[in-house]
Design a binder for this molecule. Structure first.
Ligand code: ADP
Ligand code: MG
Length: 569
């Protein structure tokens, strides 16, 4: 007899299972979407591997997912003939959560069901969602290309443990059997399942099939005989790759469901852009902006990038080469007609086609954001609140799109009452004073610190707007953003501040006189401070504070110095 081993789930899996069962009760049917999505991924992976070694098909090249119901047993079975899993793969894929930052994510859960169920949406539920409706799940699988004797059976009741045993499985691929909970037996119904597939899985590119019962010979309305039809597997989805279809034929719902399939996100996307490009380089891109930042957005090892297809064949996930890092939140795919099927990450790295696609995709995303900002400011603000700090990396990374990116930035400012980052550079410029030719800003450790900067005093007095920057990334941003709309940026905390035409003549004279009076004080301060300072100067920037520390024009700003110190330099 095959030996059976019992293993415990990783702690995070237990937490996920627990949370899922309690928070997804109003959305139970998504379990089928997740299982069909996995089957489709498994088909994609097999097709890709078979490009090099077509014996993996084992003479069965018709890839499909089949869903069947056994009402008496109260089970639903989802069967695919995709890549399958080895024993090791079963152990890690169906026993742990492989995503980076998982521990971190679970440490954020509060115990408040409503809040936590929001979070779980960001995390994605995947295979484990089977336990929403099942109190026992059996997975039988065999990896393509391995012996029938190398099959694996995995069984769990979702309660902390699973068993693994050997299995003889002649058919390649994976079969998932859900033993429905007593109060979920309603799902053991062909029509119900069909409608769920129509709703969530129509876009899946391989055929999703369900068994159609035979119909006996019967009488037609005019007494003629309608012949018997044998039972058969019937395709119940569209089964064409969504991005190859005409835009006008694709509904918003289909775009949204497709997003969930490829992104493993649970929430709807904020926006998308679908484009077929013809000419020198030919490709299709379908790019999505998520509505929420993933929980591991700031994790440097986080997977990002697009799915790459070549002539409709899936090649790889997370192809980073098609998106700059500052757009790493974008999800989607590119399908190229110009890259070779055997393309590798190394080949992509330094490739003309890659560059053209990257430029094209970048342009599309920036365009999508520009339109959103113009047509739906509220939606754009939602985007900015989630991803603004990532976009701020843009001017440093992408010289050629600097002006475009700058146009998308939003800041807090001394104009208006709100602390929110809502002011665009165009807004700022439209409010510039007569004679003002610079965009003034101040960076600090926090927005609060920026707001109470003594450097602001003179600007307040003169009614000149100043952009307030209190995020860590802002200093980096401002090192790379020198101009917008031909106006240069000026930190109000740096060196001699020349307010140019904004000064008035009488005030200047008064200041020169005051300057003479305090000459002695400056000398004494210089001697007392010695080497600690480069210089001690008179300033007329302050109205209430007696003194202020400023950075040398040529040197780093004080904020940048603090950053470098924090980084141990
Ligand atoms: P995700 O699909 O987001 O990776 P899931 O929880 O849905 O996460 O699945 C976990 C992993 O289990 C998959 O990444 C895949 O490696 C494996 N897996 C699940 N279902 C199948 C299947 N039908 N065939 C092959 N592998 C599968
Ligand atoms: Mg999945």
């Amino acid at each position: 007899a095959a030996q059976k081993e019992t293993h415990g789930f990783q702690t995070e899996v237990k937490q996920l299972l627990n949370l899922m069962i309690h928070s997804l009760y109003s959305n139970k049917e998504i379990f089928l979407r997740e299982l069909v999505s996995n089957a489709a991924d498994a088909a994609d992976k097999l097709r890709f591997k078979a490009l090099e070694n077509d014996s993996l098909y084992e003479n069965d090249t018709e890839l499909s997912v089949r869903i069947s119901v056994d009402q008496d047993a109260g089970t639903i079975t989802v069967t695919d003939n995709g890549i399958g899993m080895t024993r090791e793969e079963v152990m890690s894929n169906l026993g742990t959560i492989a995503k980076s930052g998982t521990k971190d994510f679970f440490s954020k859960l509060s115990g408040d069901k409503a809040k936590d169920s929001q979070l779980i949406g960001q995390f994605g539920v995947g295979f484990y969602s089977a336990f929403i409706v099942a109190d026992k799940v059996t997975v039988r699988t065999r990896a393509a290309g391995s012996d029938a004797a190398d099959g694996v059976e995995w069984v769990s009741d979702g309660d902390g443990e699973f068993t693994i045993s050997e299995l003889n499985k002649p058919a390649r691929g994976t079969e998932v059997v859900l033993h429905l909970r007593d109060d979920e037996k309603e799902f053991a119904d062909n029509w119900r399942l069909r409608s769920i597939i129509n709703k969530y899985s129509d876009h899946i590119s391989i055929p999703v099939q369900m068994w159609k019962e035979e119909t006996p010979e019967r009488d037609g309305p005019d007494g003629e005989k309608i012949p018997a039809e044998p039972g058969e597997w019937e395709v119940v989805n569209k089964a064409t790759a969504l991005w190859t279809r005409e835009k006008s034929d694709i509904s918003d719902e289909e775009y949204k469901e497709f997003y969930k399939h490829i992104s493993h996100d649970f929430a709807d996307p904020l926006s998308w852009s679908h484009n077929k490009v013809e000419g020198k380089t030919e490709y299709t891109s379908l790019l999505y902006i998520p509505s929420k930042a993933p929980f591991d957005m700031w994790n440097r090892e986080q997977n990002h990038g697009l799915k790459l297809y070549v002539q409709r064949v899936f090649i790889m996930d997370d192809a980073e080469q098609f998106m700059p890092v500052y757009l790493r939140f974008v999800k989607g795919l590119v399908d190229s007609n110009d890259l070779p099927l055997n393309v590798s990450r190394e080949i992509l790295q330094d490739n003309k086609v890659t560059q053209a696609l990257r430029q094209g995709c970048t342009k599309r995303v920036l365009q999508m954001l520009e339109r959103m900002a113009k047509n739906d400011a509220e939606k754009y603000q939602g985007f900015w609140n989630e991803f603004g700090n990532v976009l701020k990396e843009g001017p440093a990374e992408d010289f050629s799109n600097r002006e475009k990116i700058a146009g998308l930035l939003r800041f807090a400012s001394t104009h208006g009452e709100t602390d929110a980052q809502t002011v665009s550079l165009a807004d700022y410029i439209s409010r510039m004073k007569e004679g003002q030719d610079k965009i003034y800003y101040v960076t600090a450790d926090s927005l609060q610190a920026a707001k109470s900067s003594p450097h602001l005093e003179i600007f307040r007095k003169k009614g000149i707007e100043v952009l307030l920057m209190g995020e860590r990334i802002d200093e980096w941003l401002m090192q790379h953003l020198t101009e917008f709309d031909e106006k240069s940026f000026q930190s109000i905390a740096k060196g001699d501040l020349d307010l140019g035409d904004l000064e008035d003549e009488d005030a200047k004279k008064a200041q020169e006189e005051a300057e003479k009076e305090v000459e002695g004080v400056l000398e004494r301060a210089k001697t007392a401070l010695g080497e600690k300072v480069v210089d001690v100067k008179f300033t007329h920037r302050l109205t209430d504070s007696p003194a202020v520390i400023v950075a040398d024009d040529a040197g780093m700003s004080t904020q940048m110095m603090k950053l470098m110190q924090a980084a141990g330099q």
